[in-house]
Design a protein around this ligand. Structure first.
Ligand SMILES: Nc1ncnc2c1ncn2[C@@H]1O[C@H](COP(=O)(O)OP(=O)(O)OP(=O)(O)O)[C@@H](O)[C@H]1O
Length: 632
């Protein structure tokens, strides 16, 4: 809807309207000219050979006495049709090459990217000539030549656009939901790149028209008795000094038609802000017949010694272990860069190559999430399990949903995929879930697009999407960071309610320790890729023992904080993953160093309250004298 309005707005601008009318006129001419003036254009008049302009022949006649004006008009169809065909071919091949990384995976994707990069480096006209020689002279050969020559540019454009969309949260969410690559491409990626692609193809058509005229002019394109503008130019070239109009007229036609495509494309691009691909977001889960197996205890997610590393090598997550039980809300806090998001992404299977994930155990509802899957059935089961029982809510509500699709349709998609619901049933469930997350007028809202929702409502709808199946775990990565305080409270309360009513476990990632303290049962404090403290949220204020946790708490301003004094901050800066050396990663910022801190990284030890520190506070180790350091 909004899309249509924007197009209409473009057509209302003077340039947009002018270019639109010109393009329409050119297309109309191409359509009707051969029907109306074919006879006049081909009528041979041996008495008026190579005549100049006259009232009878406005642009004169050619060597067979045929009227040049009518021939230029009639040639419009062949010229434009062939140019559009070649453009379509270029776009099609460009799309195939540009979307290869999504369809074929990274390795083949890289190969096609390399091929495209090499092809793009060749001048288009040179490529066209090269292909023209291969395919032979004639219109068909020229279409193939120009289409293939234009393909690398469209492939590059497609790759860039696809890369921008493929990293969006809603694509990640669709992947978690087990939506296949082809379907992701078709339903999530292509609709979001269609606009810039169409606009660029329109602009490109102008250039193709010119290239086609060039090939025909050289005698490699349209062959007699057929003719296009390029051919007319070529035929008139010999007499250009005595009879310039015959050569200039088709040239002018090429320029006008080329301009019409170019101007229109440019006007639309400017008006739509192409390539402004908007943000999107999330998704997840679904059905019921999932072979879950958490029979032993109530562990929903078990993570043991999780590591995430990247080439460098850097290891931003260095051995994280925790378990989440049914109906438990576990918070993960830490400064920026501590590895919170990577931990969540690794759990969701969203770390892409060249990132490497390893763990001695990573299981969800008893099913392993890591490792090579022995057979397709196991892989399908795992996909299905994640698709139905695992939900992910991302940070930015602006990017949570595919902007081109209605909210209800997006909610329904996973249910159709995994639960086998019909379109109708899935929509009914979507409306029901929107109601469950307190989206008012759910039926009407389900028919709206993401931009018609407020930020908080979008975030709630995203959680609703997670509830389409029967989720056992919702991973929420900074779900309230982009929201104002009141809306933030509503979203957090919603997560709490879901936990209470459906016993869903929640892994809540936040840099805000007060948020975590309010809603969580347990808190994991992360620093430099490790958990440094794991304790009950109720103990946080009174019983935190790690100097880093205590510093995080001390840095939270409260109503008693004197306004005339600087706010407390944690001295120093978080350590970069690449700079983590021997000993405790927090040592350079810690006030309570002891001898072991410099040489050995402390293990996370304890039962219900785990701390990784050689000198935990609160219950001071009296035998060890703290070394008070000067702060950096
Ligand atoms: N693809 C990558 N390649 C190399 N390093 C990465 C990559 N992705 C993340 N990192 C590094 O890993 C560290 C942890 O990142 P992560 O996003 O998990 O932090 P975070 O705790 O979630 O921070 P924030 O609150 O800012 O999101 C950061 O230092 C980051 O630079």
């Amino acid at each position: 809807m909004a899309r249509r309005t924007r197009w209409i707005a473009v057509l209302r601008t003077p340039v947009g309207a002018g270019a639109g009318v010109l393009l329409l006129a050119v297309l109309l001419l191409a359509l009707v000219a051969p029907l109306l003036w074919s006879d006049q254009a081909s009528a041979i008049d041996t008495e008026h050979l190579l005549e100049g302009m006259s009232s009878q022949h406005w642009l004169g006649t050619d060597s067979l006495g045929r009227d040049i004006f009518y021939r230029v008009l009639v040639a419009s169809r062949t010229s434009i049709m062939l140019a559009l065909l070649a453009t379509a071919l270029g776009v099609f091949i460009g799309l195939l090459l540009g979307t290869a990384p999504v369809l074929l995976g990274r390795r083949f994707g890289r190969l096609t990217t390399a091929i495209v990069n090499i092809a793009v480096a060749f001048p288009g006209l040179l490529l066209a000539l090269f292909f023209a020689v291969i395919f032979g002279v004639g219109a068909k050969g020229a279409v193939l030549a120009i289409g293939l020559a234009g393909a690398p540019a469209f492939a590059r454009l497609t790759q860039t656009l696809v890369a921008g969309i493929a990293e969006r949260d809603f694509v990640a969410a669709a992947r978690i939901a087990g939506v296949g690559r082809f379907r992701i491409l078709l339903r999530h990626i292509l609709p979001n790149i269609a606009e810039p692609l169409v606009v660029n193809a329109t602009i490109g058509a102008g250039g193709v028209l010119l290239a086609f005229a060039g090939l025909s002019f050289l005698g490699l394109g349209v062959q007699p008795p057929a003719y296009d503008w390029g051919r007319l130019m070529g035929e008139s070239l010999n007499g250009i000094y005595v009879h310039p109009a015959a050569a200039l007229a088709p040239g002018v036609a090429v320029v006008i038609a080329g301009l019409a495509f170019n101007l229109f494309g440019e006007a639309v691009a400017k008006g739509l802000g192409v390539p402004a691909v908007l943000g999107p977001r999330l998704r997840v889960p679904v059905p019921e017949t999932v072979p879950a197996a958490p029979v032993d205890d109530e562990a929903v997610l078990v993570v043991k010694d999780l590591r995430v590393s990247f080439p460098g090598p850097v290891t931003p997550v260095r051995g994280v272990s925790f378990t989440i039980h049914k109906g438990e809300i576990v918070g993960v806090v830490g400064e920026s860069g501590s590895g919170k998001s990577l931990t969540a992404l690794a759990v969701a299977g969203l770390i892409e190559s060249p990132g490497q994930v390893s763990a001695s155990e990573l299981s969800f509802l008893g099913a392993p999430l890591l490792g090579r899957l022995a057979d397709r059935a196991t892989a399908a089961t795992r996909r299905r399990l994640l698709g139905t029982s695992f939900a992910m809510v991302f940070q930015d509500p602006m990017t949570s949903f595919n902007p081109t699709k209605r909210i209800g349709v997006q909610l329904a998609e996973g249910a159709r995929e995994h639960q086998g619901l019909s379109r109708r049933q899935a929509m009914a469930r979507a409306v029901d879930r929107l109601r469950a997350v307190r989206v008012p007028a759910a039926e009407r809202r389900a028919r709206q697009y993401p931009h018609e929702f407020s930020g908080g409502m979008r975030q709630r709808a995203m959680i609703g999407m997670g509830l389409m199946g029967a989720p056992a775990l919702i991973v929420a990565d900074e779900p309230t960071t982009a929201l104002d305080v009141t809306v933030q409270r509503q979203v957090l309360r919603l997560l709490e309610t879901i936990r209470e009513t459906d016993e869903v476990a929640v892994l809540l990632i936040s840099h805000d320790i007060t948020v975590v303290a309010q809603v969580c049962d347990r808190v994991l404090v992360m620093y430099a890729g490790r958990i440094v403290e794991d304790l009950a949220a109720s103990e946080l204020l009174s019983g935190a023992r790690h100097p880093y946790t205590r510093a995080l708490l001390a840095a939270v301003p409260d109503l008693d904080t004197p306004l005339d004094e600087p706010l407390a901050v944690i001295p120093g800066r978080p350590v970069e993953p690449s700079a983590v050396g021997a000993g405790c990663a927090y040592k350079v910022r810690c006030e309570f160093l002891v001898g072991a801190c410099a040489s050995k990284d402390p293990e996370l030890v304890g039962e219900s309250h785990r701390v990784a520190c050689w000198n935990p506070q609160g219950h001071p180790l009296l035998s060890i004298e703290p070394i008070r350091t000067g702060q950096r």
